[in-house]
Write a protein of this length. Sequence first.
Length: 255
Amino acid sequence: MNFRSISSLEWKTLIGFAVALTILAGIGVMSILFLQQNRSDDRLVAHTHFVVDNLQACLLADREMETNARAFVLTGQDSYLKLYADGVDNLKGSLQALGRGMSDSAEQQRRLNNQLLPLIDQRLRLASYVIETRRRAGEQAAIAVLFQNDVLSLLLEIRHVIAEMQAEERGQLKIQTTAHAESSRHLQTIIQVGSAVAIAFLALASILIHRDLRARERAEQELRESKSRLQRQSEALLTANKELEAFSYSVSHDL
């Protein structure tokens, strides 16, 4: 391409559209980056919800175990043992899920391994001992074991640890949700501002193009008028030359 042959109007058109396209391309790139960040934030939020839900499931399973164990102690009905076993299975499943879900948090792993799991293990061993005592020695002996081992304090300690872990996760969830919202606002701002700037450049380019077109039209009109005047002057000069030649011929003939 011969760049010298490109007119000022064409240059302005190219520059205007090039700037606008560059801005739009930048918006596209930034949008992709922010969307990727949003997906990452969404995964973190979903992960935190997963952990919070499993902590709540542990709490519910523990209450289920306690309720059915006490029911068996008071009634001796084996149907409560089946419900108790289901609660144990639910609790173990939730604890395994927590182990996977908290692998990225050293503090939560510490609480899980050093506080919650030992308490749960103690809780299960005591419940098994109470159930076995109820089978062997009857209701009063099982109730005596419950009072001797201060089961209520153990249950409260387990629930206290779970509450601490839930508070930690909810704090992280609040931070992640805030970051996600800020990221979304930034993306909207970039799209709006970038689009406005791109439109402004296109409008400016359109104004400049329109002005150059009008200037070109005026120049072409002046050129046509100049050619018309020159043609009239040439015709007048040609007529005058012809009259001069006729006059000269007449004079020379008379002489």
